[in-house]
Structures are given as C-alpha cells and as structure tokens.
Design a protein. Structure first.
Length: 248
C-alpha cells in the first residue's frame, strides 16, 4: 500500500525472519541513497526537523553524520533521584510547578545571578521530573552588556558572592535537616560547586592579585566551615585542589 501511495520513497523487501541483523544487512544490500540510517522498531523519527536534516545530507559528503537525539521515557513522570545524575539544568530549561515555589516560600535576592537561586532552592522539594523534547528557550550569548560577561562579573562580584553564600547556607541547612536525600544532596553540591568555580574565576581574573588571593582563601574557608561535604566537592576540581594544596 505504501509503495503505491509513495512511489520512489517506500520499497518492500520480503524475506524470512532471521533476526534484526539480517534486516539491516538486507537494507544495506538494497540501499540506493547517498546515506543510510537505521531506526529501531519501537522508536520514531522527529519529522518536524527531518527537512533540515536532509538539507545537510544533500550538502555534505562526510563519511559519517551525527545528529542529536532525545530520550523519551515511557513513564512520563520519573523520580527525580533516579535521573538527577544525568540532568544538566539551567534557568533556560527548567519549569517548576507553581505550588512548589509558593508553598515552600522560594524567595530570591534582589540582585544579579539569582537565576542560580531560582534553580536550586526548589530542588529539595522536587520528587518527580518530566523531560520534554521541545526546544523552548532561546538563550542569547556573547553580549558585552550581559551579567555573565567578565567585565560585568568583576563589577558585580559582591552580588555573585552573596548568591553563593546564600546557596551554601541553604545546602548546609538541607544537609543537616535530617530529611535530606543523598542523590538530591549530591545534585545540589555539584551545582553549587560550579557556581563556586565561577566565583574563583572572578577572583583570579581581578587586577589586584593580592586581594584576589585573600578573597579566594576566605571563600574556601567559609564554605568549609559551612559544610565539609560541599568543601570536598569543591576540592574535587583540579583548580581548587591545586590552590588549596599550595596555600593559594
């Protein structure tokens, strides 16, 4: 039926069932197109983006072409703890249920860099997660006026310090709450360590190297005083370990 409906697109190859490998082998044998791709029987292709992908295949002569893929879990809502090791989250790709924010009094500082607070404060209350395949948020980068530009980071160093301090306090409170979940705690540590790494970058790119050294030492000492596990996470980074092991 499909051969008749779409001539030149579908070809029926009839053979005895000899396993998945034989199907691919037969496909390769009968293939006439410039490129070859296999799709498992329980998967599907995102046809909305197929036209753009075909344009690339027509223009390139590369031996191998790689494209992104989306993992679609058969269970829409999965436990956060079961996937948090695989999640890379940012303000640009997270949508929270409103009552999570309201019932737990999620409140941000009134300054730059509070997207990290928005991202991490609700995490202890998140029990399930759904991953949607759509690309929703268009994140503009490389503008000199952006808060993440190095000049802006230098000007607003105190704001970044403030946010890091409050996140460290929140983590310490969660860790000592008696109700912390190990995988959630590890998720928080990883993300706060990344923010601490940015703070270290701000210090070490300052023009006053002596003041920068003292600020970096004070930051690490403060975090260690709040949480040994968070300090250990920081020290897992080569940059931190090199500094702490040489007295900065």
């Amino acid at each position: 039926t499909y051969e008749k409906k779409y001539p030149g697109t579908f070809r029926l190859i009839s053979q005895k069932n000899a396993g998945p490998g034989s199907t691919v082998n037969s496909g390769i044998k009968h293939a006439t197109g410039k490129y070859f791709r296999m799709v498992d029987g329980d998967d599907w292709v995102n046809t909305a983006q197929m036209g753009a992908f075909l344009d690339i295949l027509e223009k390139t002569n590369a031996d191998m072409v790689c494209a992104d893929h989306c993992c679609v879990d058969h269970e829409m809502d999965v436990p956060f703890s079961s996937v948090c090791n695989q999640l890379t989250v940012a303000m640009h790709n997270v949508t929270y249920r409103t009552d999570i924010l309201q019932k737990n009094n999620i409140h941000l500082d009134n300054c730059f860099y509070t997207d990290a607070e928005y991202l991490l404060y609700p995490i202890p209350y998140v029990k399930t997660v759904t991953v949607a395949p759509q690309t929703i948020y268009m994140y503009r980068v490389s503008l000199s006026t952006q808060s993440m530009n190095i000049n802006s980071l230098q000007r607003n160093c105190a704001m970044h310090e403030l946010v890091l301090g409050h996140l460290s306090d929140a983590y310490a409170a969660y860790e000592n709450s008696g109700t912390s979940e190990p995988k959630t705690a590890a998720f928080l540590r990883r993300n706060i360590a990344r923010i601490a790494g940015m703070q270290l970058f701000i210090y070490l790119t300052a023009t006053d190297s002596k003041a920068a050294k003292q600020s970096a030492k004070a930051m690490v000492k403060t975090i260690k005083g709040k949480s040994e596990t968070l300090y250990t996470e920081l020290n897992g980074a080569k940059s931190f370990k090199m500094l702490t092991s040489t007295n900065f």
